[in-house]
Write a protein that binds this ligand. Sequence first.
Ligand SMILES: [Zn+2]
Length: 251
Amino acid sequence: MPLHESEAIILQSYPLGEADRLVSFLSRTMGRMRGVASGARRTKSRFGSTLERLSHIRIWFFERETRDLVRISQCEVIESFLDAFRDYASSIALSLFSEITQSVLPDKEASDANFRLLLLCAQTVKRTSKAEPALAYFALWTVKLGGWLPPLDTCSRCGRSLLARGESAQPAYFSPSSSAIVCANCRRPGMRVISPAAMAVAQRMLAERLDRLTEESVQGRAAREVTEVMLDVIEHQIDRKLISRELLESA
Ligand SMILES: [Zn+2]
């Protein structure tokens, strides 16, 4: 049984048996994995709070050839997000980060870009206590990295530019089932409207790192629109509703 060491982020953990935990984590070098932390629910467990959701840790684990589950041997906290979960809006965003990462990434396929995105967005929510821009950024980039982002600059049907600014700016229209963003002329009933402000925010988020976006350039309502559209795309791709999204709608 080879021992592996990796940087990782905890996605979820569930009670297992009397004293153990089943842990889903994103390893920076090995991708999404699941493992058992023996005795993690005992009061004097050697794991302490390292297995809390989104904890950024260094992890040591044994891979077992015949089983999907690795055996987690030891963890060390690099950064904890426990405090950020105390704020309601932040906790919903953080829950969506972990649920989405868990849902869209395949088993055991390393993706450094997804790892960095998750860490950057969690750190931004923790640092700023502002969930909305980070959530929009996370959802948009998850869709982009998944290869599911339709063109944002031209209509997917007729090819007309969607980039008009100022007075001439028109809303765009989005259909999750065809993953297309279209112009006013090509819209069909039931499509979601995307305001010019939201289109502009999405463009900016593709061009700038989250921590370099200024507050003025990302308004809450426009960010929320981007989030809704991208969560629609994600739900269409995974073919089910995201559980944490219901909390977002009630917030
Ligand atoms: Zn069109």
